[in-house]
Write a protein that binds this ligand. Structure first.
Ligand code: NAD
Length: 427
């Protein structure tokens, strides 16, 4: 089938490439000319494990192409996916400007029936709005399907190729059947394709992210109580994770959630609920997260005092999570800004996110090209992202390189007792 995917970011590029991998002819469209020209040369502008090799292979086999020409892509495609960004608007709501511009562009280019599939995370009711926008522009028939995306950055290709479930919302059975067929190759092991109305599909995505963010804020709240009462949250986590009703996932305490989805999606839900269905729990989830992002610096201040001038801090991990270069709303930004504000210097290392970090901090911090390189002369080490390579470092080397053996572990990577035995002050 000929497909177009509009928006060639973390979601669109992965979706387009995976659809090409299963034999479709896919045109990826973006307004960002720089991105498209890189992709035409086989360079993937983001870091996502396994993606670049797949992009190159499918492009070489001429099933995957890149363009800024939406009109041409719509004319040759029967199904068009919308995967553009839906950033946070001024009141916390999701900004639909890119979705609207794309829908209007598709409507203008259509010359017969088209299936338009929304992959972007959009507020409940957006499918109806898209229908209306398109109807205002064209008299050609069309169907709108809501198909929220559940992939995780860092494992996006794997998630797309083996989804836990696929959710499709809409009421045009022919169109639903056509999109279902596109997903059949990815659900051969029996994971379901759930078909529902578009509002429920749109809500499913927000509800999933809300649940995950709630789990993170929940364990962070417990960790705070553990600290005041002298309990070890690591032990507590292990104890509750073995309860099958709770499970081990997403209950690691840390410096809070970040990234391109949770923060904006939680705020969009709070805005969606308004006064009519006030999102009391999600407001608390957000509040706990905001507080949590400041917690490590509070500990730094308690150890070193409020004025950090003259001190350098080594930071391991800048990306909002491992296996991505994404820095959007990363907790590291809050932590580093607070350190700089208190007069400290920062020497940071991240395996993939340095270029993205440079766009945020510029020359205000120093960047190391290896993790141990960030340590010499630093007063302490702060670990902010749980990259695998930080899990079992050479602690004796860390001790030799740091001015004082102090570690602020923002991701519960190390066992307090073990690390204290090595002579570290461990927070
Ligand atoms: P992104 O910022 O990485 O990519 C969006 C792309 O859309 C950009 O390349 C941008 O240039 C392009 N774009 C914007 N307006 C356009 C237009 N009018 N025409 C063509 N291209 C246009 O965003 P993303 O992380 O891929 O997220 C896309 C959507 O998917 C968002 O709604 C997000 O909430 C949702 N989502 C993201 C993830 C994730 O992990 N990143 C997971 C699930 C869902």
């Amino acid at each position: 089938m000929n497909l177009a995917v509009v928006g060639t970011g973390y979601v669109g590029l992965v979706a387009g490439t995976c659809f090409a991998e299963s034999g479709n002819d896919v045109t990826c469209v973006d307004i960002d000319e720089r991105k498209i020209s890189m992709l035409k040369k086989g360079t993937v502008p983001i870091y996502e494990p396994g993606l670049e090799e797949m992009v190159r292979r499918n492009a070489a086999e001429q099933r995957l192409s890149f363009t800024t020409d939406l009109d041409g892509a719509v004319k040759k495609s029967s199904v068009i996916f919308i995967a553009v960004g839906t950033p946070q608007g001024p009141n916390g709501d999701a900004n639909l400007d890119h979705v609207r511009a794309t829908a209007m562009g598709i409507a203008k280019a259509m010359d017969s029936f088209r299936i338009i599939v929304t992959k972007s995370t959009v507020p409940v009711g957006t499918a109806d709005r898209i229908r209306q926008w398109i109807t205002e522009e064209t008299s050609h028939p069309f169907a709108v399907i809501s198909n929220p995306e559940f992939l995780k950055e860092g494992a996006a290709v794997e998630d797309f190729m083996k989804p836990d479930r696929v959710v499709l919302g809409g009421d045009n059975s022919e169109a639903l059947e056509a999109v279902k067929e596109l997903y059949e190759p990815f659900v051969r092991t029996g994971n379901p394709i759930l078909v529902m109305d578009s509002r429920s599909a749109e809500m499913s995505k927000y509800a999933a992210n809300a649940m995950l963010a709630t789990k993170i804020s929940f364990i962070n709240e417990i960790s705070r109580l553990c600290e005041t009462k002298g309990a070890d949250v690591g032990e507590v986590r292990r104890a509750i994770a073995l309860d099958r009703r709770i499970g081990p996932h997403f209950i690691f305490p840390g410096v809070g959630y970040g990234g391109s989805c949770f923060p904006k999606d939680i705020r969009a839900m709070i805005s969606m609920g308004g006064d009519e269905a006030e999102m009391v729990l999600l407001k608390a989830v957000e509040q706990v997260n905001q507080r949590q992002k400041g917690i490590l610096v509070e500990k730094v201040n308690r150890h070193f005092g409020a004025d950090l001038s003259g001190l350098t801090f080594a930071v391991w991990g800048l990306a909002f999570k491992p296996r991505t270069d994404d820095m959007r709303d990363a907790p590291s930004i809050t932590v580093i800004e607070a350190l700089l504000e208190a007069g400290a210097k920062v020497h940071a290392f991240d395996p993939e996110a340095t270029n993205e970090a440079k766009k945020i901090f510029g020359e205000r911090i120093q960047y190391a090209s290896r993790n141990y390189e960030a340590l010499p002369g630093a007063a302490a080490l702060l670990v902010l992202t749980e990259w695998n390579e930080f899990r079992r470092p050479d602690f004796l080397r860390i001790k030799q390189l740091l001015k004082q053996p102090v570690i602020f572990d923002g991701r519960e990577l190390y066992v307090p007792l073990d690390i204290r035995k090595l002579g570290f002050q461990y927070y």
